[in-house]
Ligand binder design. Structure first.
Ligand SMILES: NC(=O)c1ccc[n+]([C@@H]2O[C@H](COP(=O)([O-])OP(=O)(O)OC[C@H]3O[C@@H](n4cnc5c(N)ncnc54)[C@H](O)[C@@H]3O)[C@@H](O)[C@H]2O)c1
Ligand SMILES: [Zn+2]
Length: 362
């Protein structure tokens, strides 16, 4: 049974959000990206749970299932080459559509396969984690990690459709649900104070939230709208798209220092607390902004500080390895209050000297 449906129209594709949308995925994919064959790419966790239902939604159309091992460690060129070889061996050609069924790892990887296979074939994103629904599946960034860092090889390739079935979040481990929720909190901070207040209300009861209900539908749909609006104004990250990096300069550094033991959303949650503090330190943000951010992060049982075993100067050093660092000074996208970001004369991020940044980590 498909519950209430939210449709978000983007420039070149539509995002469909509803509890139960998976059962319509075959119909939608065949409409927007008709193909001779459909390659469903998924991972070992998600495939076991949801691939059969997805394939059933395709009726008589020809679907083939390609399953990669779950985990960031497999978002690599090796997995990309295995997948493209398998597609070729199975007889896939130009007349193919890729279906990405999974979290952000599968979405980025399958999207990169779609961007490169036969110089580009259509793909449909079926995100199954909260992070993938509200972040990774929208914006057209695809790619893989290398030994030097995350997402260093990739391409922009817009999907033909995104289908977010919120009921699939019912099988997502709770820590991943909370980690994804950090990005929803971020969307409120950067663009919509009323939405921020909504995330604040939901934060305390995340574990008992009905993922198939109206509140989760609202969160996924509103977050996608915010991300899509920002990305739509700046597809290649020259300006306002940088606002989506709020919490991510320190966040990425914390992730790196933890050797990726800390989940991305958890690291971003901590990064938002520090960066909101930095915005106040620099006199850019209204006093109280950082406290408000910290309160909500804490209510969502996300970490408000880095582990005590992780020194501030290590985090600071790690900010320099982020690809956003330019000309020696690391850039931060900072709020001026809940719901609005500092525009920095259209650059939407400010270079900050290390001695100032280090104060924010205290
Ligand atoms: N392209 C972009 O714009 C963009 C944006 C943000 C993040 N990302 C990328 O997304 C990735 C992180 O995404 P993620 O957090 O979804 O990680 P993930 O894909 O590894 O998923 C997290 C875990 O949850 C499991 N899982 C996913 N959905 C499930 C479900 N419904 N039921 C049970 N288990 C489920 C997965 O198998 C995995 O073990 C990173 O590689 C990051 O770089 C990309
Ligand atoms: Zn993020």
């Amino acid at each position: 049974v498909v519950g209430p449906v939210r449709e978000i129209e983007l420039a070149t594709y539509r995002v469909t959000v509803s509890a139960g949308a998976l059962d319509r995925a075959g119909e939608i994919a065949q409409n927007v990206a008709p193909a001779h064959r459909y390659a469903v790419i998924t991972d070992s966790n998600v495939g076991a749970l949801h691939a059969a239902r997805l394939r059933a939604s395709f009726g008589d159309a020809r679907t083939f299932l390609f399953t990669i091992p779950a985990g960031e460690a497999h978002k690599t060129r090796d997995t990309w080459s295995t997948l493209t070889d398998e597609l070729l061996h199975t007889g896939f050609g130009r007349d193919s559509t890729i279906i990405a069924l999974g979290g952000g790892v599968v979405g980025d990887l399958a999207g990169f396969v779609a961007a490169t296979f036969m110089r580009g074939v259509p793909y449909v994103q079926i995100p199954t984690s909260l992070l993938a629904m509200i972040d990774a599946s929208v914006g057209g960034k695809t790619g893989v990690d290398t030994a030097k860092g995350k997402n260093l090889v990739g391409a922009f390739h817009q999907p033909a459709a995104v289908i977010a079935d919120t009921s699939l979040l019912g099988t997502l481990p709770a820590e991943h649900l909370r980690a994804g929720f950090a990005e929803a909190i971020k969307h409120g901070v950067i663009a919509d104070s009323a939405y921020f207040e909504k995330t604040a209300r939901l934060a305390a009861n995340l574990d008992s939230l009905d993922v198939s209900g109206g509140e989760m539908l609202d969160v996924v749909a509103r977050s996608i709208e915010i991300k899509a609006t920002v990305v739509g104004q700046d597809e290649r990250e020259g300006g306002i798209r940088k606002t989506l990096n709020f919490g991510h300069t320190f966040g990425h550094a914390i992730e790196l220092c933890s050797n990726y033991e800390i989940l991305h959303g958890e690291a971003v949650a901590t990064g938002m607390v520090y960066e909101a503090g930095l915005a106040e330190l620099l006199g850019l943000a209204e006093p109280g902004t950082a406290d408000r951010v910290r309160d909500v992060i804490s209510a969502a049982r996300l970490p408000t500080a880095r582990p005590s075993s992780m020194p501030g100067d290590q985090v600071l050093r790690a900010t320099h390895t982020d690809k956003k660092a330019r000309g020696g000074r690391v850039e931060y996208a900072l709020p001026i209050r809940i719901g609005a970001m500092h525009d920095a004369d259209g650059r939407w991020s400010v270079p900050v000297a290390d001695d100032v940044a280090s104060q924010a980590l205290r």
